[in-house]
Design a protein around this ligand. Structure first.
Ligand code: HXC
Length: 257
C-alpha cells in the first residue's frame, strides 16, 4: 500500500510511523486511519521489528478525528463506515507501541496516544478530550482509558469541560511517562524503543498482553493469566539464552524464538 498521509521508516529493529497531514494538525481522517492500521499491521507481522513508535510533528501529534468528515454524518453512515474496527486493530498490536507526542493530542489524537504502551511527551504537548465542545463525547476509548490513567475526577473534568492539560500536568497525573524538551521527544522515544528492542521479543509481547489484561479482569483471573504466560516463556529459546548468558556473565543474544 502506498501511503499519502503517513510516513513509515525503519531504524534497525524499530519501526517509526509519522502521521503526516500537517495542514490540518494531523486530523485523523478515514484515509489516514486506513494507512495507519495497514502500517501497524505490517510492522506487527515483521519479525525484524521489535518495537514501534507512533509520532506526529512538533505542532501536533493529532488534533482529533477529522471534523470535516464527521460533520454531516448520520448514525447509520458512521455505523457503516465501521471505523472502530480500525481502532480495534490498533488495540491488538502485539508489539510494544510508544507514542512520541508534541503539540496537540486532542480527541481521537489523545485516544490514539492512549492506545500506546508508553507515552513520551515534549514540553509543548497538550492533551485533551474536547469533543464536548462539538456536541459529542469521546468515542475511541477516551472515557475508559483516560479514567483508568488519571482517575475519575480528573477525567470527568477533562471530558466535561473539554479543557486541555499541559505536558507537565499530564506527567503529574500519570498520563505520560516523561516530559522532555521539544528537540528531544523523538530521540527519547527512540532511546526507549532501542532498549525494548534489545530485550526478548516474545517475552515483551506476552508481558504487554499481561499488563493490558489487568484492565479487564479480576485480580484472580489476571494472576492466573500471568502465570500461564510465565510458564509459556520457558518454552522459548530466548529464556534459555537469557538465563545462560546471565550465568556465563555475558550479554544475551535474543532471537525472538
Ligand atoms: C479537521 C482540523 C482539526 C480536526 C484542526 N484542523 N483540527 N480539521 N479536524 N480535528 C484544521 C483547522 O480547520 C485548520 O484548517 C488547521 O487544521 C489548523 O487549525 P487551526 O484551528 O487554524 O489552528 P489553531 O488556531 O492553532 O488551533 C489549534 C486547535 C484547533 C486548538 C487544535 O484546531 C482545534 O480546536 N481543533 C479541533 C480539536 C478537536 O475538537 N478535536 C476533537 C475532534 S472529535 P484550515 O483549513 O482552516 O487552515 C474527535 C472524536 C474522535 O476526535 C472519535 C473517535 C474516532
Amino acid at each position: 500500500m502506498a501511503y499519502t498521509t503517513i510516513l513509515v521508516t525503519r531504524e534497525d529493529r524499530v519501526g517509526i510511523i509519522t502521521l503526516n497531514r500537517p495542514d490540518v494538525l494531523n486530523a485523523l481522517n478515514l484515509q489516514l486511519m486506513e494507512e495507519l492500521v495497514d502500517a501497524l499491521d505490517t510492522l506487527d507481522r515483521d519479525e525484524t521489528i521489535r518495537c514501534i513508535i507512533l509520532t506526529g510533528n512538533d505542532r501536533a501529534f493529532a488534533a482529533g478525528a477529522d471534523i470535516r468528515e464527521m460533520a454531516e454524518a448520520s448514525p447509520v453512515e458512521l455505523l457503516l463506515r465501521n471505523q472502530f474496527a480500525r481502532w480495534d486493530r490498533i488495540r491488538r498490536v502485539s508489539k510494544p507501541l510508544i507514542a512520541a507526542v508534541s503539540g496537540y493530542a486532542l480527541g481521537g489524537g489523545c485516544e490514539l496516544a492512549m492506545h500506546c504502551d508508553i507515552i513520551i511527551a515534549s514540553e509543548t504537548a497538550r492533551f485533551g478530550q474536547p469533543e464536548i465542545n462539538l456536541g459529542i463525547m469521546p468515542g475511541a476509548g477516551g472515557t475508559q482509558r483516560l479514567t483508568r490513567a488519571i482517575g475519575k475526577y480528573r477525567a470527568m473534568e477533562m471530558v466535561l469541560t473539554g479543557r486541555m492539560i499541559t505536558a507537565r500536568q499530564a506527567e503529574a497525573w500519570g498520563l505520560v511517562n516523561r516530559v522532555v524538551p521539544v528537540e528531544l521527544y523523538l530521540e527519547e522515544a527512540k532511546r526507549v524503543a532501542r532498549e525494548i528492542a534489545a530485550r526478548a521479543p516474545v517475552a515483551a509481547r506476552l508481558a504487554k498482553a499481561s499488563v493490558l489484561k489487568s484492565f479487564d479482569t479480576t485480580i484472580e483471573g489476571g494472576l492466573d493469566y500471568e502465570r500461564m504466560l510465565f510458564y509459556l516463556l520457558f518454552a522459548t529459546e530466548d529464556q534459555k539464552e537469557g538465563m545462560r548468558a546471565f550465568l556465563e556473565k555475558r550479554q544475551p543474544e535474543f532471537t525472538g524464538r
